[in-house]
Design a protein around this ligand. Structure first.
Ligand code: MP5
Length: 244
């Protein structure tokens, strides 16, 4: 677990200080968060799981563990998106419905890859980190305001888009993991992330100071969950009592 990194970038520290007010005026919310948490973001993109996948040295069982856990996460993302719909502006209903359709297709992608490489996808319980991340997803969708929940969605999607771009830069063209690269780095996904970014910037412009600060906290917490997720996939960290 990245406890050290969390402490080093805890909100309120100088390193993590918000950009000066004048800079913020010129910068959208997303760019502002990416700059404010640049070291945390870099820590995610240089995670050993991504580097080993990029360099074609990841152990098959380690990648299979990520597949099993992410399959559960993607499944949970469907009720997460569905819970956003009643809070969303009318103009977001159709795009959100499209996200649900895309998630169903993504589950099929996992199932197809698992069949192709002989991985049993089902049966593993969600790991401790995955369970916590899923609870965070659902609690945010159900209890927080739309702009905060949309921040979580943007951050998780942007994180995967950029993480898989790292993998793309070195992954063997014949690797069985290429379809995951295509899924999260292809032009359709890039366009979707661009749409999320524009909409989140607009939501932030309309938010009050306190709401904007909660959105910023959601951004940072989501990046930490993303790092913890790669870490869990690499180390097989799970629940106490389930080690054997
Ligand atoms: C995503 C994911 C991207 N599949 N898993 C984690 C841990 N974070 C982000 O979400 P989606 O909905 O699969 O594009």
């Amino acid at each position: 677990m990245p406890a050290q990194g969390v402490a080093a970038t805890a909100p309120g520290t100088r390193r993590n200080a918000a950009p000066a007010a004048r800079e913020v005026m010129a910068m959208g919310f997303c760019a502002e968060q990416l700059e404010r948490h640049a070291s945390l973001w870099r820590r995610m993109l240089t995670h050993p799981f991504l580097i080993a996948t990029r360099d074609n040295t990841i152990a098959h069982e380690t990648f299979a563990r990520w597949m099993r856990q992410d399959y559960l996460f993607v499944e949970a993302a469907i009720p997460f998106i569905a819970a956003l719909v009643p809070k969303a502006p009318r103009a977001h209903w159709r795009p959100l419905a499209g996200v649900i359709t895309a998630l169903e297709k993504e589950l099929e992608l996992f199932e197809g890859r698992a069949r192709a490489v002989g991985v049993e996808l089902r049966g593993a319980p969600p790991s401790f980190v995955n369970h916590a991340y899923i609870q965070f997803l659902l609690a945010t969708a159900l209890c927080a305001g739309y702009a905060e929940a949309f921040t979580l969605l943007y951050t998780a999607e942007k994180a995967y888009h950029e993480s898989w771009k790292v993998v793309r830069s070195g992954l063997d063209k014949a690797s069985p993991w290429q379809p995951f690269v295509e899924n999260w780095t292809g032009s359709a996904f890039a366009e979707y992330v661009g749409w999320l970014e524009g909409e989140l910037d607009r939501l932030a412009t309309g938010a009050g100071r306190a709401e904007r600060e909660r959105m910023a906290e959601t951004f940072a917490l989501t990046v930490r969950y993303e790092i913890a997720f790669w870490e869990m996939a690499l180390t097989d960290e799970t629940w106490p009592g389930l080690e054997e």
